[in-house]
Design a binder for this molecule. Structure first.
Ligand SMILES: Nc1ncnc2c1ncn2[C@@H]1O[C@H](COP(=O)(O)OP(=O)(O)OP(=O)(O)O)[C@@H](O)[C@H]1O
Ligand SMILES: [Mg+2]
Length: 275
């Protein structure tokens, strides 16, 4: 689904990401782990076009026609060739290619309802033509309806339909995290990136979000997961890439990573034991 090739990012003298290469297979959960400051968020920011890369390339597998988001106008592009160079492509374009993400910090308006919050991000992600959106053309409205339908579908799947019209400010942090994930899912992505979705959640909420991530990968979606919660990483991942000082330290199945001496020394501290 995604090829990251020899990717680097420099901030002044710091090599935040240094010659990093890995592939994400379609329909898998691919975790990125490593110590604080290892370069994980920088990597996600490059893949999602927030940071310009210093060097290297990122390729995305092209979608089937059936995968196309409702208002995608790049059909010709999608049919020719199987891969597309998405290096430095901005987020609003990536959404149309089926790439979406959640952020480490919540971006929620407390005095809007859950549905309004979700629709707000629709406008931010999807309405690339300001003139069209300002006159609320039929096309935009139709797309909004499709997006709202997706949002409500996921709210139901996650047993959150009762809070659709509740003000976001009255909800717990755990529920808001789920809403953020639904918001990303509603854009119908093929690849979704999570940057520490478990941060600040209690064990019960962690289990809930973990379940959601497993479910979405079952639907054929590919997931990149940056996470410090090793229990979760070991349970849900198909493949794990370990980053240390911006470089790839190891790559493998969760079991291989858990037993890798270099990874234990640099990050895990002790052997991860399944319980
Ligand atoms: N915008 C920036 N400007 C300057 N330096 C930055 C910037 N963003 C990240 N860095 C530096 O790049 C390095 C990698 O940071 P990054 O946030 O990617 O690490 P991380 O692996 O996500 O860490 P954590 O697990 O704590 O979230 C750090 O040394 C950080 O200080
Ligand atoms: Mg980070």
């Amino acid at each position: 689904m995604l090829i990251v090739r020899e990717l680097s990012k420099k901030f002044g003298g710091i090599n935040a990401v240094d010659d990093l290469s890995f592939n994400v297979k379609k329909g898998t959960i691919h975790s990125i782990i490593g110590p604080n400051g290892a370069g994980k968020t920088t990597l996600v920011n490059m893949i999602t076009g927030i940071y310009k890369v210093t060097r290297g390339e990122i390729y995305l597998q092209k979608g089937d026609l059936a995968d196309l988001p409702p208002n995608n106008d790049d059909i010709k592009d999608m049919i020719h060739g199987i891969r597309e160079n998405i290096t430095n492509m901005p987020m609003h374009k990536l959404v149309h290619k089926g790439v979406c993400r959640t952020f480490q910090h919540l971006e929620i308006c407390e005095n809007l309802t859950v549905l309004e919050n979700i629709m707000l991000s629709f406008n931010r992600f999807m309405s690339k033509n300001i003139f069209l959106s300002s006159i609320r053309s039929k096309k935009i409205t139709e797309n909004e309806q499709k997006y709202e339908y997706e949002a409500i579908k996921y709210l139901k799947i996650f047993n959150l339909e009762e809070i659709i019209y509740r003000k976001a400010g009255s909800l717990s942090y755990g529920v808001l995290k789920k809403i953020e994930i639904i918001r990303a899912l509603s854009t119908k992505p093929r690849l979704i990136l999570f940057d520490e979705p478990m941060a600040g959640l209690n064990p019960k909420e962690t289990a809930g979000v973990s379940q959601i991530i497993k479910e979405i990968a079952k639907d054929g979606l590919s997931v990149i997961l940056v996470e410090h919660d090793m229990k979760m990483v070991m349970q849900v991942s198909d493949e794990v890439t370990v980053v240390n000082f911006g470089r790839k330290l190891a790559n493998g199945t969760p079991l291989e990573i858990a037993n890798n001496e270099d990874v234990i020394k640099a990050y895990l501290g002790t052997k991860y034991v399944k319980n």
